[in-house]
Design a protein around this ligand. Structure first.
Ligand code: PMP
Length: 358
C-alpha cells in the first residue's frame, strides 16, 4: 500500500457511486419503504419457529432447497428447474446482472426506476442506457424501450414500476421481449397489487427472467426472501453467481408456511388495494396535489412545494414518506406507501395541514 490510499484498491466506478442507503427516522406512521403494515398472525409465526426447532441449526441448508421450490412451482405454475431462491430479490438482481454485465456490456433501464439496477451495473463496469419515462404521465416510453432492447445485453422492466406505480402493458412487454438482443428482467416486486404478470410469456421466450419478492405483499421484508423464474438453461447460469446456502433455514421455513397459508394474506392485500384507490381518489380532490395512478402499494405525488419542505412538514406530524425528488423527472415528488386505514388518514390530514388545503 506504499504511497497509495487504501481506497485506490477500489474500482473508480465504485468509488464514484453513492451507496444504496436510507437515513433512519423514527415515526409513528411509517410510509417510506413499501412494506406491508399487516403483520403475519402470531400462530403462523409460531409454526415457523416450531418447524425450525425440529431442524439441526448446526447443519447447512440444502444446496437447492427442494421443498420451497416445489411450493413456489405450485404457486406460480412455473417449472421447478427454472426457479431460483434468494436472500431477498435484491440478491437475485445482483446474481442476474453479475452473469450478464461487465466492461463492454450494457443495461437498459427506464428512468426513474428502482435504483439498485443501475448501481449494480455500474459497479460491474457496464454501460447503463437510461430510457426516460414519458415526462407527462410517467408512463413507459415503449418505442424507446424497444429501441434500447435491440442493442442491450439486459433490459430491466420494473412492473409495476417503483417509484411511479406504472405498469407496462402486456402487449408492449411482449414486443420488448421479442426484440431484445439479450435478457429482459421483469421485476414483479409489487405484482400482487396489480395482478398483472409476465409469466405467460416465459414458455415461449427463453430470454425472459421474472423476479418476485416476499418483502411486500407477503409481509416478510424482515426475513429476506425472493425468487426468480426463468428458462432452466438461464436459471442454471444465474445459479452460478448466487452464493451457496444463500437462504437460511428460518427464512426457508417461513416462506414455505406463508405460501401454504397465503389465504391469511389475501384480506390484507385486498384491503391495501382498496386503500390505494381510496387515498388516490381523496388526493385527486386536492387541487394542490397531483397523484399518479398506481398499481402498487404506494402512490407518487407532486405538489408545488419543494419536496424536502413537504417531507419535513409531514414528518413533524409523525408521518414518514420517501422524498424521491432527486430521481430523474420527479421534481417536487414524494412516494407514499399505503398503510393501515388509520395511517392513511393520518397522512391525508398531515398533507392538508402542510399544504393548508382544508
Ligand atoms: N425490486 C423492487 C422494485 C423493489 O422496490 C424492491 C424493494 N424496495 C426490491 C426489488 C428488493 O426487494 P427485496 O426485499 O426482495 O430484496
Amino acid at each position: 500500500m506504499q504511497g497509495r490510499s487504501p481506497s485506490d484498491a477500489i474500482k473508480p466506478e465504485v468509488r464514484r457511486l453513492s451507496p444504496y442507503t436510507l437515513k433512519h427516522f423514527e415515526a409513528d406512521v411509517k410510509l417510506d419503504q413499501n412494506e406491508n403494515p399487516y403483520e403475519l398472525p402470531l400462530d403462523l409465526k409460531r409454526q415457523v419457529v416450531d418447524r425450525v426447532l425440529r431442524r439441526p441449526w448446526g447443519r447447512y441448508p440444502e444446496f437447492v432447497p427442494a421443498a420451497v421450490i416445489k411450493t413456489l412451482a405450485k404457486l406460480s405454475g412455473w417449472r421447478e428447474d427454472g426457479i431460483l431462491v434468494g436472500n431477498g430479490s435484491n440478491e437475485l438482481i445482483q446474481a442476474t446482472l453479475t452473469v450478464t454485465l461487465g466492461p463492454g456490456r450494457s443495461l437498459a433501464a427506464p428512468q426513474p426506476t428502482f435504483t439498485l439496477y443501475k448501481l449494480m451495473a455500474t459497479a460491474l463496469e457496464a454501460k447503463v442506457v437510461d430510457v426516460l419515462l414519458n415526462p407527462e404521465g410517467l408512463t413507459f416510453d415503449v418505442d424507446a424501450l424497444v429501441q434500447a432492447a435491440r442493442s442491450s445485453d439486459v433490459v430491466v422492466v420494473c412492473c409495476p414500476n417503483n417509484p411511479t406505480g406504472t405498469l407496462l402493458d402486456p402487449d408492449a412487454l411482449a414486443v420488448v421481449v421479442s426484440n431484445a438482443k439479450g435478457l429482459v428482467l421483469v421485476d414483479e416486486a409489487y405484482y400482487e397489487f396489480s395482478g398483472q404478470t409476465a409469466l405467460s410469456l416465459l414458455g415461449n421466450h427463453p430470454n425472459l427472467v421474472v423476479l418476485r419478492t416476499f418483502s411486500k405483499a407477503m409481509a416478510m421484508a424482515g426475513l429476506r426472501f425472493g425468487y426468480l423464474m426463468a428458462h432452466p438453461a438461464i436459471a442454471q447460469e444465474i445459479y452460478k453467481a448466487k452464493l451457496p446456502y444463500n437462504v437460511n433455514i428460518f427464512t426457508l421455513a417461513a416462506a414455505e408456511i406463508v405460501v401454504e397459508k397465503r389465504a391469511v394474506l389475501s384480506d390484507a392485500i385486498s384491503k391495501l388495494i382498496e386503500e390505494r384507490e381510496r387515498v388516490t381518489a381523496e388526493l385527486q380532490t386536492r387541487p394542490l396535489v397531483r397523484v399518479f395512478p398506481s398499481k402498487a402499494n404506494f402512490v407518487l405525488i407532486r405538489t408545488q412545494k419543494p419536496a424536502r419542505e413537504l417531507f419535513d412538514a409531514l414528518f413533524k406530524q409523525g408521518v414518514l414518506v420517501r422524498d424521491v425528488s432527486a430521481y430523474p423527472l420527479l421534481e417536487r415528488c414524494l412516494r407514499v406507501t399505503i398503510g393501515l386505514p388509520e395511517e392513511n388518514n393520518r397522512f391525508l390530514e398531515a398533507i392538508d395541514q402542510a399544504l393548508e388545503t382544508r
